[in-house]
Design a protein around this ligand. Sequence first.
Ligand code: ZN
Length: 252
Amino acid sequence: MKSLIKEHVFLLAVFSILLVTCVNAGDSNPPNGVDNPIQHERQNQPKPQPIDTAYYTRLLLGKVQYRNDTSFVLVSPKHSSKQIYLEKSTYKAFRLMYGAAKADGVHLLIISGARNFDYQKRIWERKWNARPNSCSKIEKAKGTLMFSAMPSTSRHHWGTDFDLNSLENSYFDSGRGLAEYKWLCQNAHRFGFCQVYTNKQQTGRTGYEMEKWHWSYMPLASQYLRLYAQLISNNDISGFPGCELAHELNVT
Ligand SMILES: [Zn+2]
């Protein structure tokens, strides 16, 4: 996540520079007594509303109840292997992608979607406890982090990310799995989706190992990533075994 955050901070910086350039381009003073139409336009524009930082902090840390949150929706059993929630616009885009894939003979099934802190904590503890007792805490944490996020640092908290069809990379290497993966690589971007955990050797990416099954709805996830960098720090990571290592591992 760190490298992605850095990438987005960079993009934000570029965007800000462009914005300043645009504002400056419209700032030439009109001659005395002449109305400035740009000024009028600016005055009539609605002011940006401050975001509810308390809500987004809870959301990003995985501490909202999806079933009670109107930003989330229950995924139809037609599209999922169990009871799964997703963020609304993400699910809308998924349904479009599902239809297009189906028309091409490819079946997409969501096997994991929005996961809150408690859910992620159960995953983390299961993997943490499966490590040999001879391992130090930092070894346990690093081993677990290869595939699983610390609670409060998972993109699954946001409802913009989901896992499709299988949790084994090898499934996507041949036969039906390969056809599904090829289809996703060629088409998912048309619906806003991106495989965020790509092949590290090929892309130079750091962090989690490749996950061919994990797809993210970038129009919203990129905004959440930016917010995460603004609102969340290692101090916010707590409540599970090894959480005290968040600073040392710099997980946010
Ligand atoms: Zn995933």
